[in-house]
Write a protein that binds this ligand. Structure first.
Ligand code: C2E
Ligand code: MG
Ligand code: MG
Length: 472
C-alpha cells in the first residue's frame, strides 16, 4: 500500500479554518446550548447596541419577558429530558413568531426575552405579547401526552427605560413579577411605580439586614382579655423594626420582604426565643402568642426551633400560642399538618389568625389541630356596617364552639364592638380599645393596672402612642 500523502494546508486554507473555528466559538458563546436562542449576555449586548443606534428612549421598541411555569413539575414527574423538550419546542415556536429584526433569547432556564422592534405604544406591545403567550400556551405533544405549561409575561417600553439594556430587561422583569404576584391576567405592563416599589423593598432589605446584624429588632406585646371577666389573658408578640433611615415600618410591609429574601427564618426564630424569654417573667396564667410565617414551615426546622425556644427560656409549651394564617396551606399542606400535629402534641396552642379575610375555608378548621380561631378586624368592623355580618359571625363562633375551639375577636376599637362580640360568644377580645401593642419595659405597669381595674375604659385616641392606658 502506498504511504498516505500528507498535504499541509496552504496559508489560505489555514486562515479559513481558523476563521471558521472562531466563528463557531463565537456562535457557541452567544447561544443557549439547548434552544439555539441568544443567551442572556449576548441578548443584553444586542439590546444595548440597538438602544445606542436608535438613541435610547425614542428607539420605539418593547421588551417582553416570559416565564414558563410548572417546569419543576414536568421535570420531577417525566424527567429532565422531557422538560428540555418542552423548552426547546417553545423556543422554536417563539423563533417562528418573533422574526428578525425582533430578537429572542433564553435568559434563564425557564425564562425567555424578546426585544420587539418598531413598537411605540403600550397597546400594540400588549397585543403582541398576548399573541405570543397564546401561541406558546398551546400544549406540547410528548408521546401520547399533551403537556400544558402556564405562562406569564411582563412588558416594558423603551420610552420608560432610563438606563441600558440590563435596566430595560429589569423593567420587564418587574412587570412580570407583578403579573405573577397577583391573580387575573397572566401579563402586566411596567410602570415607574413598580421600580419605586422595588427600590423601597431593596432599601428595606438592606436596613433589615443591618438591624439583624446589630440586634436591633424588637417585639411589642398587645394585651388580650377574657371577654366575660375582662381579665388579662395574655399578649400577642408583634415585631417592630425601626430603621434610622426609614423610620418605623409596619410588619405588614417588611415581613413579605423578609419572606422573599429568605430572612424570615432567622427573624422568626429570634421572635420565638425573645417572646418565650419575656413571657417566662410573667404570671403563670398569662400566655404569649407568636406569629409564624408560612416560610417557617417550609424550611422544616420549626418544631426544633420551638422546642429550643421553650427549653432555653424554661417556658411551658401550654403557655405558647403559635398564630398561623391560611396562607400556610397553599403549598405542602401535608408537611404543615405533620408539623402542626407535633407542635400540638408538645402542648403548644395553635391559633388560626386573620380568619374572615383570605380564603376563610371552614374545612381547615376541622382538618387541622387548632385550639383557637382569631376573627379578623375586618369582620368586627363589618358588624356595624353590614346587616348579615352578625349572622355570619354567630355561625362561625357556633361552629368553633362545636369544634372545641376558643375564639378571639381582633381589632376591637369601641366598647360597643367589645359588648357585641362578647354577646356573640367570642371568648377573648383584642384591640386598641383594650390596649395597644406595648414595649416590654412598660408591661409590668400594664399588668398591675389590668389587675387593679378589670373594666378598662376606652384607650386614649392617640394611636401612635404605644403605651396602654386604662382609666384609673
Ligand atoms: P396580626 O397578627 O393579625 O396582628 C394584629 C395587627 O392588628 C397588629 O398590626 C396590631 O397592631 C393591629 N391591631 C390590633 N388591634 C387593632 C385595632 O383595634 N385596630 C387596628 N386598626 N389595628 C389593630 P401590626 O403590629 O402592624 O402587625 C401586622 C401583621 O404583621 C400581623 O397581623 C402579623 O400578621 C404580622 N406580624 C407581626 N409580627 C410578626 C412576627 O413576629 N412574625 C410574623 N411572621 N408576622 C408578624
Ligand atoms: Mg397575629
Ligand atoms: Mg390577625
Amino acid at each position: 500500500m502506498p504511504p498516505m500523502s500528507f498535504q499541509p494546508a496552504t496559508p489560505e486554507e489555514m486562515q479559513e479554518r481558523i476563521f471558521k473555528l472562531e466563528t463557531d466559538i463565537e456562535w457557541l458563546s452567544r447561544r443557549d446550548q439547548l434552544t439555539g436562542l441568544l443567551n442572556r449576555v449576548a441578548f443584553l449586548s444586542e439590546v444595548d447596541g440597538h438602544l445606542l443606534n436608535k438613541t435610547g428612549l425614542n428607539c420605539g421598541c418593547a421588551m417582553v419577558e416570559i416565564v414558563v411555569r410548572g417546569m419543576p413539575r414536568i421535570s420531577g414527574t417525566l424527567g429532565r429530558h422531557v422538560a428540555d423538550y418542552v423548552i426547546s419546542s417553545l423556543a422554536a415556536r417563539l423563533n417562528r413568531m418573533a422574526l428578525p429584526p425582533n430578537t429572542t433569547a433564553r435568559i434563564d432556564h425557564n425564562h425567555f426575552a424578546i426585544l420587539l422592534h418598531d413598537v411605540n405604544d403600550p397597546l400594540e406591545a400588549l397585543t403582541l405579547a398576548k399573541g405570543i403567550l397564546t401561541t406558546l400556551s398551546q400544549s406540547v405533544d410528548w408521546l401520547d401526552r399533551h403537556l400544558v405549561v402556564e405562562l406569564a409575561a411582563g412588558v416594558a417600553l423603551a420610552a420608560d427605560n432610563e438606563g441600558d439594556g440590563a435596566n430595560f430587561l429589569h423593567n420587564a422583569e418587574l412587570a412580570l413579577k407583578s403579573a405573577t404576584n397577583r391573580g387575573g391576567p397572566a401579563y402586566a405592563f411596567f410602570n415607574p411605580a413598580l421600580a419605586q416599589g422595588a427600590k423601597r423593598r431593596n432599601d428595606l432589605l438592606l436596613a433589615m439586614q443591618s438591624c439583624i446584624e446589630k440586634n436591633q429588632l424588637s417585639l411589642n406585646y398587645q394585651p388580650v382579655f377574657n371577654s366575660q371577666t375582662r381579665q388579662l389573658a395574655g399578649f400577642e408578640a408583634l415585631l417592630r423594626f425601626n430603621a434610622p433611615e426609614l423610620g418605623s415600618v409596619s410588619p405588614s410591609e417588611f415581613i413579605p420582604v423578609a419572606e422573599e429574601a429568605g430572612l424570615i427564618d432567622r427573624i422568626g426564630t429570634w421572635a420565638l426565643m425573645e417572646a418565650c424569654n419575656a413571657a417566662s417573667a410573667w404570671p403563670n396564667h398569662l400566655t404569649v402568642s407568636v406569629n409564624i410565617s408560612p416560610e417557617q414551615f417550609y424550611s422544616g426546622t420549626l418544631v426544633t426551633v420551638v422546642h429550643n425556644a421553650l427549653e432555653l427560656a424554661s417556658f411551658p409549651a401550654y403557655r405558647l400560642e403559635l398564630e398561623i394564617t391560611e396562607g400556610v396551606f397553599l403549598k405542602d399542606s401535608d408537611a404543615v399538618l405533620t408539623q402542626l400535629s407535633t407542635l400540638r402534641e408538645m402542648g403548644c396552642l395553635i391559633a388560626l389568625d386573620d380568619f374572615g379575610i383570605g380564603y376563610s375555608s371552614l374545612s381547615y378548621l376541622w382538618q387541622f389541630p387548632f385550639s383557637k380561631l382569631k376573627i379578623d378586624r375586618a369582620f368586627v368592623n363589618a358588624l356595624e356596617s353590614t346587616v348579615m355580618a352578625k349572622g355570619v359571625l354567630q355561625s362561625i363562633i357556633g361552629l368553633a364552639e362545636n369544634l372545641g375551639l376558643k375564639v378571639t375577636a381582633e381589632g376591637i376599637e369601641t366598647e360597643a364592638q367589645a359588648k357585641a362580640l362578647t354577646e356573640l360568644g367570642a371568648n377573648y377580645l383584642q384591640g386598641f380599645h383594650l390596649g395597644y401593642p406595648t414595649r416590654v419595659a412598660d408591661l409590668p405597669g400594664l399588668m398591675m393596672k389590668a389587675a387593679r381595674d378589670r373594666l378598662p375604659q376606652p384607650a386614649n385616641s392617640d394611636l401612635s402612642n404605644t403605651t396602654v392606658r386604662f382609666a384609673g
